[in-house]
Design a protein around this ligand. Structure first.
Ligand SMILES: [Cu+2]
Length: 411
C-alpha cells in the first residue's frame, strides 16, 4: 500500500517537473480563451479608442468606445442585471479617476438592457512605468468579465513622482497614494506582533499538539487538565486586551474622523443610446463557415428605410473587424489589433431607400482560426453574432446586429 502511494507521489512529481520545464512564457492574458459563442453573442464592442498610447507617470489616458448587448444572448450566460465597467490591466499601472456610461458616472454597478447600445468613457492616471495590453471590460455578475478590444500602451517615468491628490468633501486635500498608509502599517505590525507573541508563547510551553492529542486519544486523559492556571491567566489577559484595544480603536477613529461616507454600493439605471440602426433592418437567411477557406458566408435580407442609399462597409464580432475597403477603411491600431483591412466582400451592391435586397456577404481572415472563433461550429449551440455597419453617401452609419445558426462546410 505504502509503495503504491510512493509510486503515485513520484509520478505526480515527475509529471509536474516535465510540465514546468515545457511551459512556454504566456504573452496574452486570456482574450482568446473565452468560448467563441460567448465572445460573439454577449457584449459587442466598437469604436474603442485610447487618447494616447505613450505617456508619463501622472499623465491621464482616456479610453472611449461603445458596446452593444447582443439581442440573441446565450441562454446559459447570466444576463447583465448587475454589471460594472472596468479596465483590464495586469497590475496597478493606472488608477481610475472616473468612468462614465452615456455620460452618467459609473461609480456604481448598473443594469443594462439586452439589445441596447451604450457609450463609455474611462479616465485613467498613469501610476508606474510599464508596457501593457489594456482592455475595456465589463464585469457581469454570475457571467464574469466580457472583454473589449485591447491596446498596447507604454508608461514611462518614475513611480516615486506619482501623486493622486483629491479634495475631500470637507475641503481637505489628500494624496490617496499615501493616505492612511502609515496607520495601516502600524496596525498590521501591532496585530502581527501580538499574534506572533501568542504563537511563540505556546511554542515554548513544550511539545503540545501531537503528544497531548495522543494522551487524550490513547490514554483518555482530560485535555482541560493539561492547561496550567498561568496559561489560563495569560490567555484571559490577551482576550481582554484584544477587546479593549479594538474598542478603543473604534472610538479613537470615530473621534478623529467624525464624518465618513461608506463605500457606495447602490445601483444605477442608465437609459440606452437611441436606435443605432437608423431604420435599416437586416435578417440573416442562411450562414455557413467555410473551414478550409477561413470564411464566414451569409445571405442577409436588408431593408433600407432611410432616405439615403446604403452600402455595407464592415462586419465586427468578438473584437475583430472585417472591412470592405470600397466603403470603409480601418487600420490595426497596433500589432495585436485584429483588423482584416480587406476581409469583407459582398454581392448585391447599393441598397436604395425603400428597397429590400438580398446581400451575399463573405468575411475572410486567418483571425477565424488564430482568434479561435472557428470553434463556434463545434459548439452545441452553433450560432454566430455580430454587427453590420452600413454607410450612406455622407458616411453616416447604420449599425445592425445580426446572427443565426452557423453550418460548417468542410470541403
Ligand atoms: Cu490583451
Amino acid at each position: 500500500m505504502l509503495n503504491l502511494k510512493k509510486t503515485i507521489a513520484i509520478l505526480v512529481a515527475a509529471i509536474s517537473i516535465v510540465v514546468a520545464v515545457y511551459a512556454a512564457p504566456v504573452m496574452a492574458h486570456g482574450e482568446k480563451s473565452q468560448a467563441a459563442y460567448l465572445r460573439m453573442r454577449t457584449l459587442l464592442w466598437y469604436d474603442v479608442e485610447v487618447s494616447t498610447t505613450k505617456l508619463m507617470v501622472n499623465d491621464e489616458l482616456v479610453m472611449t468606445g461603445k458596446f452593444y448587448w447582443f439581442y440573441d444572448w446565450p441562454a446559459n450566460i447570466a444576463k447583465p442585471e448587475v454589471a460594472f465597467l472596468n479596465i483590464g490591466i495586469p497590475g496597478p499601472v493606472f488608477v481610475r479617476k472616473a468612468s462614465y456610461i452615456n455620460g452618467v458616472s459609473g461609480v456604481n454597478s448598473t443594469r443594462f438592457d439586452i439589445g441596447s447600445t451604450y457609450e463609455f468613457k474611462v479616465v485613467l492616471k498613469a501610476r508606474r512605468a510599464a508596457r501593457i495590453h489594456m482592455h475595456a471590460l465589463m464585469n457581469v455578475k454570475k457571467a464574469g468579465p466580457l472583454i473589449g478590444p485591447g491596446r498596447w500602451v507604454e508608461v514611462t517615468g518614475d513611480m516615486a513622482d506619482f501623486s493622486n491628490e483629491v479634495t475631500t468633501l470637507t475641503g481637505e486635500t489628500i494624496d490617496l497614494e499615501t493616505y492612511g498608509l502609515q496607520n495601516s502599517i502600524r496596525w498590521h505590525v501591532f496585530w502581527g506582533v501580538v499574534a506572533a507573541a501568542w504563537l511563540l508563547y505556546w511554542l515554548f510551553q513544550g511539545p503540545i499538539l501531537i503528544p497531548r492529542y495522543k494522551k487524550v486519544k490513547l490514554l483518555g486523559e482530560n485535555a482541560d487538565d493539561m492547561i496550567t492556571s498561568t496559561q489560563r491567566t495569560i490567555g484571559l489577559v490577551l482576550l481582554i486586551g484584544t477587546v479593549v484595544v479594538v474598542t478603543w480603536s473604534y472610538y479613537d477613529t470615530q473621534a478623529k474622523y467624525p464624518i465618513t461616507i461608506p463605500l457606495q454600493s447602490g445601483r444605477t439605471n442608465i437609459p440606452p443610446l437611441p436606435d443605432t440602426t437608423l431604420g435599416v433592418r437586416a435578417e440573416v437567411v442562411d450562414a455557413r463557415y467555410r473551414v478550409s477557406g477561413r470564411a464566414l458566408e451569409f445571405s442577409v435580407n436588408v431593408t433600407n428605410n432611410t432616405n439615403s442609399p446604403i452600402r455595407l462597409g464592415e462586419f465586427t464580432s468578438a473584437n475583430i473587424r472585417w472591412m470592405n475597403p470600397d466603403v470603409s477603411t480601418a487600420e490595426p491600431a497596433d500589432s495585436h489589433d485584429p483588423v482584416a483591412t480587406n476581409g469583407l466582400k459582398y454581392e448585391g451592391g447599393i441598397v436604395y431607400p425603400g428597397e429590400t435586397k438580398l446581400l451575399k456577404v463573405t468575411c475572410t481572415d486567418a483571425a477565424w482560426e488564430t482568434h479561435r472563433l472557428a470553434k463556434v461550429v463545434y459548439d452545441p449551440d452553433s450560432r454566430f453574432g455580430g454587427l453590420l455597419f452600413f454607410f450612406d453617401n455622407e458616411n453616416k452609419r447604420s449599425i445592425v446586429a445580426i446572427g443565426g445558426p452557423l453550418v460548417p462546410v468542410f470541403i
